[in-house]
Design a protein around this ligand. Structure first.
Ligand SMILES: *Cc1c(COP(=O)(O)O)cnc(C)c1O
Length: 397
C-alpha cells in the first residue's frame, strides 16, 4: 500500500482515448483495485458489460472448465456451448435462430446484412434501414453510418449509404422517411450512449404495428439494454412487442467478448457463404455466456434487478431535490441523473480521485451522469454510491 504513484510508460499503447495515470489490476464484484491499492466502487462495469460484477465465480468456473475441455474447434463444426447457448436464448425469447459474434458492432453489422438480404429476397432489393438521431450502434463503418451520433456523418466520409435518421419517439418522423426501398427500422429500446433515453411504450407499439403493416423489419439493438439490464431478460419484453431481429452484446458475455444476432425463422434468411467469422460461436466464450444467462434466469434474479433499479431511482431522486437537479430517468439498472448544468465531466474526475475509495461513473453528455452497475450489486453499495455522489455534489456546488 501507499507506494508512490509510478510514472507509467505507456508510449507503445495507441492513443485512442484520454486515460488516467493508473492501471486497474484486480476486480471483485462491484469493486476494482488499481496498481496503488486504491479501491473503486464501479458503476461503469466495463460500460454495462460485467452484468454479474468483476470475476463472477460461476463465469470463472465455466471458463476454466471449458478451457480444459475445448477452446476452439473451428467455426466449421458445432460445439456444445454454442448449441447450448443458442437453445437457451431461443427458449427465453421470441427468436428462433442465433448467430454468435465477438462484439456488439459485429452483431449489428450482421443484423444490417441480414435485413438487406431479406430485402433482396422479399422486397425487390429494398435496402434502406431507418435509424434514429443520437443512436449508437458501433464503430465499424456501417454501424457508424447507422448511428446517429453528432459528427459521425463526416468523420470517416464517405459513409455507408442507406441509413436515413428519424427522431426517437416520433412515428411521423419515421413515416416521412419510408420509401419502397425501406427494408427495416432499427432502434435501441433505451438509447444508451445517447443519454439513457427510453423508447416510449406507445411509440414502440405503434412502430411495431406500422412496420408489420408495411412489410418492414423491426431490429432491436439490445447490446446495452438487453441481458437483464432493464429488469427483464430482454428490453423488448417491456413493450409487449416482438421484433424480427435482435442483437445482444456487452452483458451477454459478462465481460468476455461475446455478442449475438437473433432472428425469427421468417427473417433468418442467410445461406452458406453470407455470414461467418473465425471466432464466431467459439466454445470458450459461449460457455461463459451460458453461465451468464443461466444466472440471470435464476429464480428471483430479474425481480431483484427491478427492485435495485427502484432503489437507485429513489435515491437519485433524493439527490435531485437536495441539489436542485433536473431529474432522473432510465429502466432497471440503466439509469441517468440529469444535472441541469455541465458538471458531468468534473464529477466523473472528482469521483475517481475521491479518497480513500474512488467511485467510477460516466458522463456521456456534459449535463448527465450514467449508471450501469453490476446487476447483482448490493443495496448497501447503491446507498454507498449515492452518499459518495452527495459528497461530490456538495464539493462542486
Ligand atoms: C456498445 C454498443 C454497441 C457496440 O458494441 P461493441 O461491443 O462496442 O462493438 C452497439 N450498440 C449499442 C446499443 C451499444 O451500447
Amino acid at each position: 500500500m501507499n507506494k508512490p504513484a509510478q510514472i507509467l510508460d505507456t508510449h507503445s499503447v495507441m492513443f485512442i482515448t484520454q486515460r488516467p495515470e493508473i492501471i486497474m489490476v484486480e476486480g471483485n464484484g462491484s469493486w476494482l483495485t488499481d496498481n496503488n491499492g486504491k479501491r473503486y466502487l464501479d458503476f461503469l462495469q466495463g460500460w454495462a458489460v460485467n452484468c454479474l460484477g468483476h470475476c463472477n465465480p460461476g463465469m470463472i468456473e465455466a471458463l476454466n472448465a471449458q478451457a480444459k475441455k475445448l477452446i476452439n474447434s473451428s467455426p466449421a463444426f458445432y460445439n456444445e456451448p454454442m448449441i447450448g447457448l443458442s437453445n437457451l436464448l431461443t427458449a427465453n425469447s421470441c427468436f428462433d435462430k442465433v448467430f454468435f459474434a465477438n462484439s456488439g458492432a459485429e452483431a449489428n453489422e450482421g443484423a444490417l446484412k441480414l435485413a438487406r438480404k431479406w430485402g433482396q429476397l422479399n422486397k425487390s432489393g429494398a435496402f434502406e434501414i431507418i435509424t434514429f438521431d443520437h443512436s449508437f450502434h458501433g464503430r465499424t463503418l456501417a454501424t457508424m453510418s447507422a448511428s446517429g451520433k453528432p459528427g459521425w456523418d463526416t468523420m470517416f466520409a464517405p459513409q455507408v449509404g442507406g441509413f436515413p435518421k428519424a427522431d426517437l419517439n416520433d412515428l411521423d418522423s419515421v413515416k416521412k422517411l419510408v420509401t419502397n426501398k425501406t427494408v427495416a427500422v432499427m432502434l435501441e429500446p433505451v438509447q444508451g450512449e445517447g443519454g439513457v433515453i427510453p423508447t416510449t411504450l406507445e411509440f414502440m407499439r405503434e412502430l411495431r404495428k406500422f412496420t408489420r403493416e408495411n412489410n418492414i423489419l423491426l431490429i432491436a439493438d439490445e447490446v446495452q439494454a438487453g441481458c437483464g439490464r432493464t429488469g427483464t431478460l430482454f428490453a423488448y419484453q417491456h413493450y409487449g412487442i416482438e421484433p424480427d431481429i435482435m442483437t445482444l452484446g456487452k452483458g451477454i458475455g459478462g465481460g468476455v467478448p461475446l455478442a449475438a444476432l437473433l432472428a425469427t425463422n421468417a427473417a433468418a434468411c442467410f445461406v452458406p457463404g453470407d455470414q461467418g467469422g473465425t471466432y464466431n460461436g467459439n466454445p470458450l466464450m459461449t460457455a461463459v455466456g451460458m453461465s451468464v444467462i443461466e444466472q440471470l434466469l435464476a429464480p428471483g434474479f430479474l425481480e431483484s434487478v427491478k427492485a435495485k433499479g427502484e432503489l437507485l431511482k429513489s435515491e437519485l431522486l433524493k439527490l435531485c431535490i437536495e441539489f436542485n437537479l433536473e431529474g432522473e430517468r432510465g429502466e432497471g439498472l440503466l439509469r441517468a441523473l440529469m444535472l441541469g448544468r455541465d458538471i458531468g465531466g468534473k464529477l466523473v474526475e472528482l469521483a475517481r480521485e475521491r479518497r480513500p475509495e474512488g467511485l467510477l461513473i460516466n458522463s456521456p453528455k456534459a449535463d448527465l451522469l450514467r449508471f450501469m452497475p453490476a446487476l447483482n450489486i448490493s443495496d448497501d453499495e447503491i446507498l454507498q454510491m449515492c452518499n459518495m455522489l452527495r459528497e461530490l455534489l456538495q464539493q462542486v456546488d
